[in-house]
Design a protein around this ligand. Sequence first.
Ligand code: NAI
Ligand SMILES: CCCCCC(=O)CC\C=C/C=C/C=C/[C@@H](O)[C@@H](O)CCCC(=O)O
Length: 387
Amino acid sequence: MITIFNMTGKVAVVTGAARGLGRAFTEALLKRGDKVCFCDVDNFGDDNVQFLPCDVRKDQEFTDFFNRVIQKYNTVDIMINNAGILNENQWRKTVDINLTAVIHGSLLAMEHMRNRSNSGGLILNVSSLAGVMPVSFCPAYTASKHGVIGFSRSWALQPEVRKNRIRIACLCPSFTDTDIIKGTYDSRVHGPELARRVMNSYELMVTDRVTEAFLRILDDLDNNGKVMMVTPTRGNDNDNDNETEPTISGLCRIQDKQLLAKLSSGDVIAQKMKYHPSCLAAVYRERAKKRQTEAENSCTQEKNMMKETALAELVTYFFETRRNSEESVVFRLADLAYLYEERLTQLGSSSAQVHSTRLRDKLLQKMPELEAHTKGRDVLLMFKKDI
Ligand SMILES: NC(=O)C1=CN([C@@H]2O[C@H](COP(=O)(O)OP(=O)(O)OC[C@H]3O[C@@H](n4cnc5c(N)ncnc54)[C@H](O)[C@@H]3O)[C@@H](O)[C@H]2O)C=CC1
Ligand SMILES: CCCCCC(=O)CC\C=C/C=C/C=C/[C@@H](O)[C@@H](O)CCCC(=O)O
């Protein structure tokens, strides 16, 4: 685990913080003793914090706002890209604010944090549960929130980001009691009736619940690339084992198929049921097992991706070296294994030990124009036409 730095007493920027979640996040940061500079298109007055009007959709305005924060505080440690709207009739504006401005805000922060002599920083992008699942009544909003996650996770993998101790994470709340969900009742969504029904099937969260998760992800020093979901019953990814009464959405999440079948056949009514403690324990055991498998799968996927990246770079290195060399080139497998291992470590792989025979086979498979020869204790790789 990489320890980056303690986040309290820092300078934070929050976009879209005149109300709703942004305002709640700002208040929580102030309580911790951080300095906060926030912006919004709406006005807001409070002497304790610095407010600057800024429409994050306007590139120059956003850049100027960010630079003014640096002028005032000399630094930015935390960047919260929170501003967001939901309006399917104005889908371009929705994408501009929810995704394009998040990209812009992240790049501004990264550029600044990269030059801070290795003291790093946190970029927290506010996505949504709609960033991880389809939502039929607001496709553009959903696309923008999916985009935020894709963008953040991709940067999080970059060696440059890790090297500079920058962390990029996402927060994905479910429906929360703020102004944005009022749009679900009017023409800003496709099918307000369906939106209302879906929303009613979810328990509405208070902003405090999301703020609690927000503070956790802020304090988690190992959160680069993390996507934290916040739902009424799960709270966040870590604490969730205090449900004693089943709700339909809760049951869907934990996949208690037997009980779901009973409910759908009309045998029982959700509100009237309680779990027997040992059944509940079994359900939680099952869920913990499922989560572990999911975590392992995603870990394996990430490792495979790193291996693919490192191998692709090695292949490029081969061809570049060959192209730039007047003479024939010979590569020692041991050197290549070392380079490959180094690159995997840079990419963040925790178990980067390389099996050199396997690496040789992979390279020969990727580059049929190569041949391997043994010379003493060395295995050498060279282009066939150079032999
Ligand atoms: N409330 C909810 O159910 C959920 C909200 N979210 C996300 O949380 C974030 C915050 O939303 P809420 O606080 O819920 O909504 P909200 O509508 O209460 O707050 C959004 C804030 O962003 C500001 N804003 C809008 N356009 C802006 C622009 N161009 N430049 C600067 N500021 C701008 C608004 O003036 C407002 O103060 C959004 O990204 C939203 O998508 C995610 C999941 C659930
Ligand atoms: C709609 C307002 C969104 C603004 C705030 C959010 O970002 C909250 C989004 C969070 C969760 C949305 C989940 C929606 C799920 C449904 O699509 C799905 O559970 C079931 C849908 C059934 C259907 O579409 O027929």
